[in-house]
Design a protein around this ligand. Structure first.
Ligand code: ZN
Length: 302
């Protein structure tokens, strides 16, 4: 039954330096993400079956791409989105990075950075060895690493604005409310006032939020009125309900389940919370109620 949260420890060597990522693999949640992403991928001219959106077990607000086929969303980011449009705006931004060709360029930059860092370390070791002064060597290595980092960031800042503009174009073509984008950028702008060690990683890797907010506001004001998409609302609610049911206090989840967007989501949340409390017969009853409401749902099967 609820055996879907399989933890995988994966080491991604390409995206961010030495990024150790713990993925939460859950077919139901990944399906929810694909429902939210499908129209965006289609309008971007990408094949929905070729871009997978995966959940990272991390409380911080972050999203990233490592190649043209995988977008990663932190659980902390997903749980902070208050509407499907907020989550879709993050997805659309990352899709735009892929569609606009930023990813291949960024990967080359990262390769260049790596080489520079490696060179810096080699230089540092050589200098430290020659001078019998390891501190000097270490200082050189850090200096080289920072300058390589600056090269990487100067490339990404213009890409951020371009990804936002492309993402908002997707939104206006699809009739998705651009206020979702403004809410995400509002959140990130507030982060800019924090010291960098207190910022979410997304604010550090997606710079210039205030400038981005200004340009996004102008585009959002020009948007035609939109109608919310019930399918997006359902799958957004279901993904959030499941992630929180697995990660938050079961007693709070049992209370929260009463106000779920739909009855089947409420039963699913109860089933997870009850099974985490060891109340398996009650958990089974709850999942059976969810099944009765959605008999053809492959993720509610026992
Ligand atoms: Zn970006």
């Amino acid at each position: 039954m609820i055996k879907t949260f399989v933890m995988l420890i994966t080491l991604f060597a390409t995206a961010l330096p030495a990024l150790a990522t713990s993925l939460l693999r859950d077919a139901d949640i990944e399906h929810a993400f694909s429902e939210l992403a499908r129209p965006i991928l289609q309008v971007a001219g990408l094949r929905p079956d070729q871009v997978k959106i995966m959940l990272v077990d991390d409380d911080s607000f972050n999203a990233f791409v490592i190649d043209r086929h995988h977008i990663f969303l932190n659980s902390g980011l997903v749980l902070k989105t208050r509407s499907p449009e907020m989550l879709q705006s993050v997805i659309a931004h990352e899709v735009a990075h892929i569609a606009n060709g930023h990813i291949s360029r960024r990967m080359q930059n990262i390769q260049a950075t790596r080489n520079a860092v490696r060179f810096g370390v080699a230089l540092a070791l050589a200098t430290g060895g020659a001078n019998k002064n390891p501190e000097l060597g270490a200082g050189l290595a850090i200096g080289m690493s920072n300058s390589a980092q600056r090269v990487l960031n100067s490339h990404t800042q213009s890409e951020e604005i371009s990804a936002d503009q492309t993402a908002l174009r997707y939104f206006s073509k699809l009739g998705i409310d651009a206020n979702g984008t403004l809410q995400v950028l509002d959140y990130l702008s507030a982060q800019e006032y924090l010291a960098s060690d207190r910022q979410d990683p997304y604010a550090r890797t997606h710079p210039l939020s205030r400038d981005r907010l200004r340009s996004a506001k102008a585009q959002a004001q020009a948007q035609e009125p939109t109608t919310p998409d019930p399918n997006a609302r359902y799958w957004h609610a279901r993904a959030l309900a499941k992630i929180s049911a697995f990660s938050q206090n079961p007693d709070q989840i049992l209370k929260k389940s009463k106000t779920a967007v739909s009855q089947d989501i409420s039963h699913m949340q109860r089933a997870i919370a009850l099974s985490r409390r060891g109340k398996l017969p009650q958990a089974l009853k709850a999942i059976e109620k969810a099944q009765a409401l959605r008999p053809n749902d492959p993720f509610f099967k026992t």
